[in-house]
Design a protein. Structure first.
Length: 92
């Protein structure tokens, strides 16, 4: 299983953002993390998320914990992942 860590790109599996990509920005406790889309990129605002509602991918951004959205966006662009982050996965 892929580790849940700061900078990990995940897919939301529950809620109104299900199927969208997000980035973990902070480890809160054993069950919760803070994620961002960021909102200006794919409409996911920064919020607390249960790790049971995330599917980690094999992609990870080199960001520090609690990095702001401007840094996250720059890192996504530098990693050439902007188009992937805007996609939405369809669930059957």
């Amino acid at each position: 299983m892929t580790a849940i860590t700061v900078g990990r790109i995940c897919i939301k599996t529950a809620g109104k953002d299900a199927g969208k990509y997000c980035v973990i920005t902070e480890m809160i406790d054993d069950n919760f993390v803070e994620i961002t889309g960021p909102k200006s990129l794919n409409k996911i605002k920064r919020k607390k998320c249960n790790i049971a509602h995330l599917e980690p991918t094999n992609k990870i951004l080199d960001i520090k914990e609690k990095s702001d959205d401007d840094i996250v966006i720059k890192t996504i662009e530098d990693s050439k992942l902007s188009e992937i982050m805007k996609e939405r996965i369809k669930f059957n």
